[in-house]
Design a protein around this ligand. Structure first.
Ligand code: GLV
Ligand code: MN
Length: 214
């Protein structure tokens, strides 16, 4: 009986407790990622020599070019662009919108998101796993959160440009961007799957695929 209890506790520690956390805690002050090496079990190996410049990043300032069909552009400060974040469990994005621009529905499998509006007026929403939409228009200085893994979007509803800074509790939150995941994958998801899923026809699916093909 005692050994059954011990195995239960061990299983809890090995699987349940880690699944409640985000990126693992660092085991040393820092480990600036050596991006020339392949990622090891979790993150990049450490660079052998570091300098102050490894801990600073100037890529979040913008302005970005938002002339694209969504009217949105993102510059990420994650471990791939800013290797000083390796093992630290945090990252940020600069998100800029043209008037009417939309950051399309997407989710981050490895992080919750917190964001602040720097400029403009933005309709921000996220959806729960039972399809409740929580949304609000927020303005400069106001903040929002998106629980880890939930689908969310932002829409610039102001007259001018809009800008957000977002932050994540992962060095590489990842983004599943629904339109391009479903209609722009390589290789393609078979039309039979998509027509049935969306209760539509081949012409509609082909039209959507043509917009998201890479
Ligand atoms: C906004 O949703 C972002 O992922 O930066
Ligand atoms: Mn996001």
């Amino acid at each position: 009986m005692a050994s059954l209890f011990t195995s239960f506790l061990l299983t809890l520690c090995l699987f349940v407790i880690p699944s409640l956390s985000s990126d693992p805690d660092p085991l040393q002050d820092f480990c600036v990622g050596d991006l020339r090496a392949s990622p090891s079990i979790n993150g990049f190996p450490c660079k052998s020599s570091v300098s102050a410049s490894d801990f600073f990043f100037s890529g979040l300032g913008g302005p970005l070019n938002t002339s694209n069909p969504n009217g949105v552009a993102i510059s990420p400060a994650n471990v791939l662009t800013f290797p000083g974040l390796n093992t630290l469990g945090v990252s940020m994005n600069n998100v800029e919108f043209a008037p009417g621009g939309v950051n399309p529905p997407h989710s981050h499998p490895r992080a919750s998101e917190a964001g602040v509006v720097i400029e403009g007026s933005v309709f921000v929403g996220f959806l729960t796993t039972n399809n409740s939409l929580f949304s609000k228009v927020i303005n400069a200085g106001e903040m929002f959160v998106v629980p880890r893994g939930l689908v969310h979007f932002q829409w610039n509803v102001g007259k001018g440009k809009a800008r957000l800074i977002t932050a994540f509790n992962s060095q590489l939150p990842g983004a599943v961007v629904l339109p391009s995941t479903l209609f722009g994958s390589v290789p393609e998801i078979p039309n039979a799957v998509l027509t049935k899923t969306f209760r539509t026809d081949d012409a509609t699916v082909n039209n959507l695929k043509s917009k998201f093909a890479v």
